[in-house]
Design a binder for this molecule. Sequence first.
Ligand code: SF4
Ligand code: SF4
Length: 549
Amino acid sequence: MSIFESLPLLAASGGCRNAGKCQLAGACEGAGGVSPAGAIPAGREPAAVGMGTLVFATASNQETEEPESGTTGGKHSALLESPEHVLSTLESDGSRRWLRPKLSPGKWWQRRRIVAYLLMIVFVVIPHLRLAGKPLILLDIAEREFTILGRTFLPTDTLLLALLMLSVFVSIVLITAVAGRAWCGWACPQTVYMEFLFRPVDRLFDNTVGKGGKPRRDKGALLHIARFVVYALLCMFLAHTFLAYFVGTEKLAMWVRSTPAAHPVAFLVMSATLGLMLFDFMFFREQLCLIACPYGRFQSVMLDQQSTIVAYDYVRGEPRKKGKREPLPVVSADGRASVTENRSVGDCVDCNQCVVVCPTGIDIRDGLQMECINCTQCIDACDEVMDRVGLPKGLIRYGSQDSIAGKAKRLLRARTMIYPVILLALFGALLTALVIKSGFDARVIRGKGAPYTIYPDRTASNEFQLRLVNRTDEPQHYEIIPPADESIKIEVLDQGKMTLEGGGTELVPLHVTFPSNLTRGIGRSNLKMTIRDGEQRTREVQFFLLGPR
Ligand code: SF4
Ligand code: SF4
């Protein structure tokens, strides 16, 4: 039972524990208190419960227009009904409001479709591409190595990684400040796959190809199963593509070729990824953008009045009214001419088409909303309506909040000046760090087994592994410069591993012998070791020896 269904029972039970305290209380007291006979004031119906408020409205206000949309879903409470959705995917009785947006195949949709299909190809191809013998992008979390544009970042590259992440973050902030949520509408994999892969599948099985909206036929069990199979196959392909970014194509191919028993962990990872994808595209859908993605939540701090967004021209559109308009006066060149000057009504004919095409279920006429992913479907829908009623297109269009209000465009503003300066500084620092760290990387890892060994001649030894990464494209030979303290001996147990192919990585076993009294007192002693490559580049590596106290 939802909260909406339980309220009448609460009234009938004779009272509310929060009487006099909660926001309902004023209404209850106004009605003479809660009574079994009727907690609702005569002639008024409770119209909304949302975010802790209860709004009473006259019976006539209760009439809600059922959009001709393709929204279907949960039942509405007869007694309490919200005039607006707290969440666009939630019915007023708390049930899921399933969205089946209509398709408006206008010019923006055609452009987005081309971009989406190109991106689908790009997403699949990227893990297979190589640069200087390395993957273009490989985010190897297990090995803690991130290869981006052929450059491998190791766990020791904290500064590089931090600079890279900061650069990406500031770039996102800058792009959002200038172009709004262009990423969401045009390039985010969630939108690309949802709108241009899975919704077309839905429309195929709903018999609404090219139109969208409510299903034109009842789906029998067989069609449900067939749709699930298609979803599963597509998600399987996408899950493999997704994992290729994290494990690489070679390892993925090996997983695919072997049985689950040979790679049980890999099989579990693959199954979990597939399950998550099925959950997302079959069930979670637009909710990922609405309640899970942090980017949308941050848009209010990233956008300003001049940022480009998909916007409804309320100056021209309001007051909205159904029906025909007067003949058109002259239209200005920028398409935002108001034809309302000579009329008492605006250009919006209140046809609701911008709402029924919206994949996140919102009404763009309510202003800038977190849920808007800037998908441009409402632009296409409204342009088509404007065409039909003989009014100029562009009632909904790309614009800024200021431009809609009739204010001048300002390209130079605090955000568009400060962010690029920060970005330039970050890129500069990143480039410098890349140059400094070019050549090779060296790191000492403690070996497995006993922390130290003591010998009768009062010496002790530790085992280590020297991790060498050749960051050049040429083979390189490395040597260890002996420590100044001659009592410390560093022995390379496999000299063959001191020569690395271009871009290669090796773990070289080391045996370090030292006088056992070196660690007297705290049981450890710090040591520095210098490594030199064939081109006389050197790296100093710090590590510590363990020995008797
Ligand atoms: S599609 Fe255009 S005319 Fe129709 S309701 Fe939306 S804004 Fe108004
Ligand atoms: S309001 Fe318009 S642009 Fe925003 S998500 Fe809905 S249809 Fe897309």
